[in-house]
Write a protein that binds this ligand. Structure first.
Ligand SMILES: *Cc1c(COP(=O)(O)O)cnc(C)c1O
Length: 471
């Protein structure tokens, strides 16, 4: 983690990352935004931590995604890129992506409501949850939203709904190709025992799937999501190859092109160790073209469901250093970013390391000799560390610790430990005059809201519950 590059972080190798979404340009934008956030008072005594979103970068990633698959599909192939809302469940983000031609993959009533609030049309929405209630299914089918059934019991429910009111919804089944897991157990969805989809290699499962399609002419899609962070590209491609082969088998056995669309899920990993975009969407699309050429021959429409790879790079947590101290000879910077904004990193640091950059009190990249130090969060347990034993210019009181690549699955996923407030989130873009403009994406949570959300309207709820006879 060298800090001598002027960008506050190590940019080794960035020279290779030219073109759209160059890591270097992104790092420069980030530096300008951190400084502007401090100058413009987004970070202040009563708002010591904020999340920032790089609008330029999000648009660039959306364009890279579109271009990568446009380059490999046959002309005229319908392609829907449905952003996995789970990754960054923020209405303005969904609206921005929608303006870039990206739809929404939703997995709960809340996520569907966010997509609808953002104006994402039903035709660009896909519902994938493993635990859809009858009410959710009814709503999705009434709206014409695509649904991938997770299991035979869910398909029974869809059967009943289709009998009572035919739907325009494109319908499919999610299968688990059981091609194996990656380096992170919790994000590996294609292990033998993963909870998602119909486990394809289990005894009788493949036959069941073929029959399910043969008996239901309205099942026209097939879905798999092989996993997220930690899954190598080759394994993602094998998952896609498995479902393409299954679609071919089903179509052959029913004697027509019943499955017309294959949903390959998301899962492109992000390199949290550098600013380089690798792997790229283009690399993944080319790998798929090599390993599953039939997918792009024009006979299948294509759906993707990327989350992390679209947004992670474009989010930054900026936290003021409240105090610095030393413990057992090691310097510790106590900041306002910890488990509430970086839950996975704090609880499973080996699997989810984040780069931390040091900025001074004015929001400028900090220089100076690197010192091994801990960057701690505000929560009251010892493990609340953003980074442990990290070499950085020594953080001082009033400086800023910045957690990079936190645009997906981080500050948008608040964890209410210690009743720490949800920080404000602000989008940024050039203001046209050489400066940076900010727009509020999510207001910071107030302490009044924390009280209200913590049963504040029910103060006496428990004291008034008395066993009979106790008066
Ligand atoms: C989580 C998830 C995604 C997105 O995964 P990323 O790793 O964020 O790209 C896509 N589809 C399904 C079904 C998911 O559960």
């Amino acid at each position: 983690m060298g800090a001598d590059s002027g960008t506050g972080i190590d940019t080794t190798g960035d020279a290779m990352d030219k073109g759209n979404g160059s890591g270097t340009e992104r790092a420069v934008r980030r530096d300008e935004a951190v400084r502007a956030a401090v100058e413009q008072g987004l970070l202040a005594a009563d708002s010591p931590v904020v999340g920032l979103l790089d609008v330029t970068g999000i648009r660039e990633s959306a364009a890279e995604l579109r271009e990568a698959f446009d380059a490999v599909v046959a002309p005229g192939t319908p392609v829907l890129h449905a952003f996995a809302v789970k990754a960054t469940p923020l209405v303005p983000v969904l609206r921005l992506l929608n303006e870039e031609g990206i739809g929404a993959e939703v997995a709960s009533p809340g996520e569907l409501a966010l997509a609808r609030a953002a104006g994402v049309p039903p035709a660009l929405t896909v519902l994938d949850s493993p635990a859809k209630t009858p009410a959710e299914l009814r709503e999705a089918l009434a709206l014409g939203i695509a649904v991938n059934a997770d299991n035979p019991q869910e398909l029974d429910r869809i059967d009943a709904l289709m009998r009572s009111a035919p739907s325009r919804s494109p319908l499919g089944v999610r299968v688990n190709p059981q091609v194996g897991g990656g380096s992170i157990e919790a994000t590996s969805t294609a292990t033998a025992t993963s909870k998602f989809g119909v486990a394809l290699r289990d005894e009788g499962a493949r036959e069941w799937v073929v029959r399910a399609y043969a008996e239901r002419p309205w099942l026209t899609r097939l879905h798999a999501h092989t996993g997220s962070q930690g899954i190598p590209l080759s394994l993602l491609a094998r998952g896609v190859a498995e479902i393409h082969a299954l679609a071919e088998e089903i179509n052959r056995r029913v004697g027509r092109q019943q499955i017309d669309t294959i949903d390959i899920g998301g899962g492109l990993p992000v390199d949290f160790g550098s600013d380089m975009t690798r792997p790229t969407y283009a690399q993944y699309a080319r790998l798929l073209q090599e390993t599953v050429p039939g997918l792009f021959g024009g006979r299948y429409g294509l759906i993707t469901e990327f989350g992390r790879s679209l947004l992670a790079r474009h989010g930054t947590v900026v936290a003021r250093v409240e105090y610095t101290k030393s413990a057992g000879g090691r310097p510790v910077a106590v900041t306002h970013a910890g488990v509430q904004v970086a839950t996975r990193t704090v609880y499973v640091p080996e699997a989810w390391p984040l780069r931390i950059a040091a900025y001074d009190a004015k929001g400028r990249p900090k220089t100076g000799p690197e010192v091994i130090q801990d960057i701690a969060g505000p929560a009251c347990f010892a493990g609340d560390l953003l980074a442990s034993g990290r070499a950085l210019p020594l953080l001082e009181q009033g400086d800023h610790a910045v957690a990079l690549d936190t645009g997906a699955y981080y500050f948008a996923h608040h964890y209410a430990y210690n009743s720490l407030a949800r920080p404000g989130i602000y989008g940024f873009a050039p203001n046209g005059e050489g400066g940076v403009a900010f727009a509020t994406v999510r207001e910071p949570q107030s302490v009044e809201e924390i009280v209200a959300e913590s049963g504040g309207a029910h103060t006496d709820a428990l004291t008034t519950l008395r066993p009979p006879g106790r008066g």
